[in-house]
Design a protein around this ligand. Sequence first.
Ligand SMILES: *[C@@H]1O[C@H](CO)[C@@H](O)[C@H](O)[C@H]1NC(C)=O
Ligand SMILES: *[C@@H]1O[C@H](CO)[C@@H](O)[C@H](O)[C@H]1NC(C)=O
Ligand SMILES: *[C@@H]1O[C@H](CO)[C@@H](O)[C@H](O)[C@H]1NC(C)=O
Length: 605
Amino acid sequence: MNYFHLSIIFLAILNSIYGRMVTFSVIAFGNEASVTINGIVYPMKRIDDYSNVHAVTAMLEEVPLEYYYTVDGQSEQYIRTLDSTAITSHIEFFGREKTIRPLKGMGYPPDKPQWVRSIGKTEVFDDSYIPTIIVDSGSREYFVSGNDTWTLGRFTMILKDEIFTEENVPTKCQNRYEDKFQWRVKLQHKIHKRSVFKFRANAVDPTFFRQSLYGDMAAAVGNPVHNQVICRVYLSDGTPIGLYLMIEVTSSRSFIRTQFYGNEISEKVKVPNKRLGFPLDCRSGSDFYPNGPYDQFIYSEGETNEGIAYLSKAMHEVNVYDEADVQRFNKEWFDLDVFLRSMALEYLTGDWDSYWMDTCNFVMYDAPEESTDSTLKYYFIDQDFDLTFGIGLSHKVNFYGDAFPSQSYKTLVDRTWNVGSKDPANREAIDIFLRGGVTTTMFEKHLIDIVKHVFNPVALGRRLSEYVDRYTEEVKWDYTIERLRIANNPNHTRYVFTMDDYYANLGDTKVKSAQWGLMRWIKMRSQAVAKEFGFEWDQEPLDPSPKNIPIPDDDDDDDDDKNNTITDENKMNLKASAAVNSLTTINITCILVFITSLFLFPIAL
Ligand SMILES: *[C@@H]1O[C@H](CO)[C@@H](O)[C@H](O)[C@H]1NC(C)=O
Ligand SMILES: *[C@@H]1O[C@H](CO)[C@@H](O)[C@H](O)[C@H]1NC(C)=O
Ligand SMILES: *[C@@H]1O[C@H](CO)[C@@H](O)[C@H](O)[C@H]1NC(C)=O
C-alpha cells in the first residue's frame, strides 16, 4: 500500500527556513488544475496517477489568503479563505466549498458509563471531513452488473491529509436488487488500524440519515457500535458512483480489535494474551433457545459458536427477581446494560431488522479476558440500521395490531413474531428480561434516560439539522447522478428518490419506502414514552462529555490479529449442555508490512 501524508512537521521546517510555505491540494477530475491565490495563478501537479489529487506548495506572506481552484478552464464561483497562519488547505474537493466543517455531536450525562475500549473515530471516521473513495475505472463493470464478488484493480481512500491506496482489493456486493447496491472491501494493509470497510447505499431511506442517527445514538449512550462517516465514491475517470455511509463491519475482527481493545489517546490496539473471542454474525432465526438450534449464529473458519449454548442456558437460569443473581449474570455472562440499551433503541426506532422484532440480525462477541474456565462473557452488538424510524412500517395499524409509533414497549413483550410463516417465534431474551423484575426496571431506566437525553426532537433534531446543513448538497449530487446500474428485479421494489422526497420525508411526510416522516416518527415515539413514564426531555441538546480514556501504557502496538486458535482454555469445562463440535485449528501467519512513502510536492517559489 502506498501511503501519503501531508507532513505538517516537514512544512513547519520549511517555513522556518523560507517563510510561509502553504500547500494547496484539490481532488479534481480534469487535466489542468491551478489555484489562484490573492490574484496570482499557481499551476498544480497531480501527485500520483490514481487519486486525482492535484497540489502545489507556494511561499506566501503571512496574510489571510483568498483563493479558488480552476480546472480545465472552469473556475469555482466562490472564494475560499485561509487565515494568516495556516500552512495547508487540507485535501479539498473541486466544486465543494466547505472542506472542514465540524458537526455538533450527541451527548449523554457525564455520570453515565461510557464506552472507552475503542481507538475512537481516528481520521478515518472524523465527520468534520468528507472522505473521497476512488475506484479504478477498470471496475466500472462491477457497478453495472452488481456481480457477487469482484476484485477492484485499485481502491483509494482520501482523508483530510492522507491518501491510502491498495491494488487488487477483493470486494463483495449485497442488495444488488437496487440500482445502488452495498459493497464492502477487505484490505491487506490497515488504515488507522482498520482493514474491513462496508459502503452502505442507504437505498431505501429518502433522507439518507436514518442509519447515521441510529449509530450516533448507540455511541452516545455508551454502547459498542461501528463507526461511520458519509463519503463520496467515484471511478478514477471521474464517473460518479454515489454517496455512501462508510462503516466498519461489526462481525469482523478488525472491528472487534479496534472497538474492544483500543485506546483512543494512543490510537493503539492491545489484545490481552493476543487472543480475540469469536464475533458471531447472527442471522434471521438466531435466538437464545435453551436447546438450540444455534446454526444461524454464523462463525468464521477456525472459530465456533458453541458458547451460545452455555450463554442460553445461563440466561434461562437467571432469577430476574433477585438483584444479586442478575448482577452475577451481568458480570459473568452477558453485559445487560449494553443489551438493554440496545433493546431500548430498537424499540424507539422501530428497528425490525435487528434482534427484537420480526427478523434477527446482530452480532455477539465473547471477550476472553472477561471469561473464566466456567463462564463466557458476551456482548450484544447491534448493526444494520437502515430499516428504522418508520422505514417499511405500516402507516396504519399493522398486522399485529400495532398503532405505530405510539405503542408501549409492553405490547412487544411475550409476542410471537412471524405469525403465518414457517418459523413463528417469540424472542427469548425479551420474554426473559422484560416481563418484570430487576431487569425490567433496568430496561425502563435506560429507556427513560435515552428519551430524556437522546431520542427526542431536541437532541436528534439538532444532530439531524447538522447533517442537513452539511450533506444536502451531497445528497443532491447523489440523487441526480445517472446510475451505472438499473436493477430490474421483479421481486423487489426499486427505489429512486428525488430531492422532493428528501425534503418531504425529513419532516412529516411519508414517501414510498418510508411510511413515516423522520421527525414525525421521532416526535410521536418520544411523546408516547414521555407520557407513559411521566417525564420531560432536555430543553437544550447535550454536547458530548469528555471521555475518561484510561492512560495508555507504552507497550508496543499489538498488530497480530490472527492468533485466534481455539485452545483448551476457551473450550472450558462446560460440556454439560452442549454437544462439542469437532474444532478446526487455524494457523495463519502474521502479515502486514507497511510500505510508507512520503511524497514531496513540487515547490513553486
Ligand atoms: C462474478 O461472481 C462470480 C460468483 O461469485 C465469480 O465466480 C466471478 O469470478 C465474478 N466475476 C468477476 C469478474 O469477478
Ligand atoms: C423472483 O422470485 C422467484 C420466486 O422465488 C424466483 O424464482 C426468481 O428467480 C426471482 N427473480 C429474480 C430476478 O431474482
Ligand atoms: C498465540 O496464542 C497462544 C495461546 O494464547 C500463545 O501461547 C502463543 O504464544 C500466541 N502466539 C503468538 C504468535 O502470539
